[in-house]
Design a protein. Structure first.
Length: 396
């Protein structure tokens, strides 16, 4: 009888490494899939190790371009910042990894897929809701949630079986990283009163050692998509990396947040997202220049909804698609240039221009050349204030 086959989302880290023999011992034929969404480290080496751990097949899928096009850029269109601060880094990759798992399951005739999330986080929700939407027939296994082992037990399990896991440089933190940023949890960060130690940060410099002189960078956007940095055309993936490097060198993009998880827990989360925060700042600023007032107001409200539902694992939902449709009706206006000024730990737009700018100097100026009809204002103000005046009169 052939073993039941499962496709495992495999990162090469301790938990998903141990998950391979754990599933194999329970009669599963394991196919390990590592999805490259821009995390650092040697994924080729990790994929090779999966075979030694007992997987019957292991694959590396480079999904970076797809991740940027279908998840990161839409998040930028929505200026997506959960609780006003967190650019959804991990929340964006889960629906894509789910799609890859389903694709490999279909190719290999697997009857199940597996993820390595614990029972306390948002990621289990994101995987399972996405998988339910994409392939309701597949069984979903969550070995790390089910096995009831703590980190020490997991290490002991690996040592007992002499598993080839990388115990060198074991970080005290739980880290998830992709093109859009880096999430850091656990260890000393679990004390929300303790400042994050410098060693949690990898992609941002200490802002205290950044150049006081600062620097400016110029970004070009076409229909809401960043397409050039300092006048040089770049693919979005490379542009995000390049902006992240520059902003990170100023110590910009660090986030220390007490966050509301979907499962009801408040947790202390630290993030580094220098590229994401710089690009969102620039994009938002260009929207203020190019989008009509009432539309912009409504978009800002929908951004909050979009961000919340994506955080909460509802990527594959009619509401998310409907909000994307609302936004696509106007995004072509968001074309132009933004100048960002970087300093130690800071990044601010200091200049913007667009062929679609709604800013009209003749209307705005207090100087010579004013074309605003001041006499129109008097009647407008009277009518605008009329309901308030009537209400006030009725109260006397
Ligand atoms: N709290 C963040 C989120 O829910 C980060 C999750 C990071 N995941 C991890 N395995 N460290 O999106």
């Amino acid at each position: 009888m052939s073993a039941r086959r499962v496709v495992l989302a495999y990162s090469g880290g301790l938990d998903t490494s141990v998950a391979i023999p754990w599933l194999a011992e329970r009669g599963w034929d394991v196919i390990a899939v590592a999805v490259d969404v821009g995390q650092p480290g040697d994924l080729h080496e990790a994929v090779g190790r999966a075979l030694q751990l007992g997987a019957s097949d292991s694959r590396l899928v480079d999904a970076r371009a797809d991740f940027v096009d279908r998840f990161v850029l839409p998040a930028l269109q929505m200026n997506a910042l959960y609780q006003g601060r967190y650019p959804l880094v991990s929340a964006l990759s889960r629906p894509l990894i789910s799609q890859v798992l389903v694709q490999v399951a279909r190719e290999t005739g697997a009857s199940a897929v597996a993820h390595g999330c614990t029972g306390k986080g948002n990621d289990q929700v994101r995987f399972e809701v996405a998988l339910g939407a994409l392939a309701p027939d597949l069984e979903v296994l969550a070995p790390v949630r089910d096995w009831g082992m703590g980190r020490d037990d997991t290490i002991a399990y690996a040592l007992e079986r002499d598993l080839p896991i990388r115990t060198t440089k074991s970080s005290p933190y739980s880290i998830d990283e992709n093109v859009w940023g880096r999430s850091i949890e656990c260890g000393v960060l679990e004390d929300p009163w303790a400042a994050p130690p410098e060693d949690v940060y990898e992609i941002t410099q200490d802002p205290r050692s950044a150049s006081l002189a600062g620097r400016e960078i110029e970004l070009h956007f076409e229909a809401g998509v960043p397409t050039a940095l300092e006048g040089e055309s770049l693919e979005a993936l490379h542009l995000i990396e390049a902006v992240g490097k520059i902003a990170g060198s100023f110590g910009f993009g660090r986030i220390d947040l007490v966050e509301d998880r979907l499962v009801g827990i408040k947790s202390r989360e630290v993030y580094e997202a220098p590229g994401a925060l710089s690009l969102i700042a620039a994009h938002q600023d260009l929207e203020n220049l190019t989008l009509e007032r009432a539309y912009l107001l409504e978009k800002r409200k929908l951004e909050t909804t979009w961000t919340r539902i994506v955080y909460e694992g509802l990527w594959f939902s009619p509401l998310r698609e409907a909000i994307d449709a609302f936004v696509s009706s106007s995004s072509d206006a968001v074309t132009g240039d933004v100048r960002l000024r970087l300093g130690p730990g800071s990044c601010s737009p200091v200049g913007r221009r667009s062929p679609h700018a709604l800013y009209d100097h003749a209307l705005a100026t207090y100087d010579e050349g004013d074309s605003f009809r001041h006499e129109d204002a008097a009647g407008f103000v009277k009518l605008w204030g009329l309901p308030t005046k009537q209400w006030a009169k009725s109260r006397v």
